[in-house]
Design a protein around this ligand. Structure first.
Ligand SMILES: Nc1ncnc2c1ncn2[C@@H]1O[C@H](COP(=O)(O)OP(=O)(O)OP(=O)(O)O)[C@@H](O)[C@H]1O
Ligand SMILES: [Mg+2]
Length: 517
């Protein structure tokens, strides 16, 4: 009797322990952050947690008893078959649920309940890694862009030097010829085309390399009308530009804002191959703190660029600001990505709305200075070349650039000395100090492969002569040093490729500064 009662107590203890174990298993099963599903040995779904229903986008009723061999892909059927025959199988890939239709990126392990036995029940633990994959893709995109940036940076230096040779010579030829000469027009056209080639190189650089905007007060009226007339030349698209003179000015990098406008106008033009209307309107707006666009509080300008073109499908709409996204045969897909990054860097906002077949509207918001500047920013009228005096030192590693700079500057009335690196420039500058014939200005290239570049050279020259007038020259208009040239001791900056006017401007700005001192 005593032995029997001990047996019962033991059995009860075992049963209790089993119940406890089952309870614990249930808790793990139900509350697991992973989706857990159990298949019986025939592949029918017999148990699963809520996370699994969620992951499949399905319902308990549809899932319970579902024959998991009926998969949409043979790959998944094969995995389940292998697991049912006792093999542990892992899976990572895209999966579309048969009962719920939801597509996710899954990572999971299919565990046979009795490994090595066939057939067996199977418990699978699955993780939704869709977000992780998205993040990985973003990272890949960024890495791709970094290598593109390296390539662009490498090419841009050489490309700009070549363009400097072309543009410098073209602008020089123009001033050598009589203003009425028949060659003036084609030369001007060629110069414009070179400018456009330079802009393209800058576009790639701006996008790939980032770069700090070179900000100044910009009035948009002229910028927009120039961009429209330049970009729509020869097009059958009718522009309607309504920018009130009361539109506030912005503090921005003029070149970069031009790129944004150009890209949007080109896209609109390309969306209307049979003609149409491009409407650009501008108005002042103000944003309060904690606004829905997460913009800083303050005054803004708003530009709406509307076309009556083909429109953008909802599918494409989600991707158009992605780098490389293009539906055009010869498109790079960098136009809008560049626009996006520029607007971001100006602490603004760009958005789009579109109706397929009816047209698209791009809306840009940019912080404004809260007042308009009227005609203040209109460029100085072309002045006749008044000979200047003084001697200028030009440092550049490229013979072609030294030659054209020398020709232009001599034509402008300066005496010119050239040299090919920083070491030579320092020697020449010191010699000029000693002979009391100090250079009026030194124009120096920022990057000299294998030699002392502009930044270092400037330090040395300024150490001998703190009053030296140094002008940095570079192919990278977005370079930090070019954008903040004063911080590095320069009095001016000039971006390659340059023409006579660019030289005139930078030298007069420098001489204005000399006068200020
Ligand atoms: N105004 C528009 N109307 C219709 N579709 C547009 C418009 N603007 C952009 N898109 C769509 O967005 C895509 C991306 O534009 P994005 O300017 O970035 O590159 P792209 O124009 O294709 O190439 P690229 O600018 O290098 O020539 C375009 O291919 C086009 O499908
Ligand atoms: Mg484009």
């Amino acid at each position: 009797m005593a032995g029997y009662s001990i047996d019962i107590t033991k059995r009860k203890q075992i049963e209790e322990a089993l119940r406890e174990s089952e309870k614990r298993y249930r808790i793990i099963f139900e509350r697991s952050p992973l989706a857990v599903v159990r298949f019986d040995s025939e592949g029918l779904i017999v148990d699963f947690n809520d996370r699994f229903i969620d992951m499949m986008g399905s319902t308990r009723e549809k899932l319970l008893g579902f024959n998991s061999m009926k998969q949409s892909t043979p790959e998944m059927s094969e995995i389940i078959k292998k697991a049912l025959s006792g093999e542990i199988v892992s899976y990572e890939g895209s999966y579309t649920s048969v009962t719920g239709g939801k597509t996710t990126f899954l990572r999971g392990l299919f565990n046979p309940v009795t490994p090595g036995h066939s057939p067996t029940d199977v418990i699978a633990a699955l993780e939704d890694i869709t977000e992780l994959k998205k993040h990985e893709k973003e990272q890949q995109k960024i890495e791709k862009l970094e290598s593109l940036g390296l390539l662009a940076g490498g090419i841009a230096h050489d490309f700009n030097n070549i363009l400097t040779g072309i543009m410098g010579n073209l602008s020089f030829s123009k001033v050598l010829l009589n203003t009425e000469h028949r060659a003036q027009k084609p030369l001007a056209e060629a110069e414009k085309a070179t400018r456009r080639a330079a802009e393209l190189a800058q576009q790639l650089l701006t996008f790939a390399k980032g770069g700090e905007p070179n900000k100044k007060v910009v009035s948009l009226q002229r910028l927009i009308s120039d961009a429209v007339s330049f970009m729509l030349r020869g097009s059958n698209v009718k522009p309607i530009v309504t920018i009130p003179t009361s539109l506030h000015a912005i503090r921005a990098d003029e070149g970069q804002i031009c790129q944004v406008l150009n890209n949007l106008i080109i896209n609109a033009d390309q969306a209307m191959p049979g003609g149409g209307t491009l409407t650009i309107t501008g108005r002042n707006e103000a944003f309060q703190p904690a606004n829905s666009l997460h913009l800083g509080a303050g005054p803004y300008i708003r530009l709406d660029i509307h076309d009556t073109g083909c429109g953008i499908s909802p599918d494409s709409l989600a991707k158009i600001f992605d780098p490389y996204f293009s539906t055009k045969i010869s498109g790079t897909g960098l136009g809008l990505a560049t626009a996006y990054s520029i607007i971001q860097r100006h602490k603004g906002h760009i958005s789009v709305s579109s109706t397929i077949g009816a047209g698209s509207t791009f809306t840009i918001l940019l912080p404004s200075i809260g007042t308009s500047v009227g005609e203040m920013s209109v460029e100085a009228k072309e002045t006749t070349v008044s000979p200047k005096s003084g001697s200028i030192l030009v440092m550049d590693d490229e013979q072609m650039i030294r030659d054209i700079a020398e020709q232009i500057l001599s034509f402008l009335g300066y005496e010119v000395t050239t040299c090919k690196d920083g070491e030579e420039a320092i020697k020449l500058y010191r010699a000029s100090l000693e002979s009391h014939k100090t250079y009026a200005a030194v124009i120096m290239d920022l990057t000299i492969p294998g030699g002392l570049g502009g930044k270092e050279t400037a330090k040395h020259i300024l150490a001998s002569d703190p009053a030296a007038h140094l002008i940095v020259s570079s192919g990278y208009s977005n370079d930090h040093i070019v954008a903040n040239f004063r911080r590095y001791g320069f009095s001016g900056a000039i971006t390659k490729p340059y023409n006579i006017d660019d030289f005139k401007k930078v030298l007069s700005a420098v001489s204005a500064r000399i006068a200020e001192l």
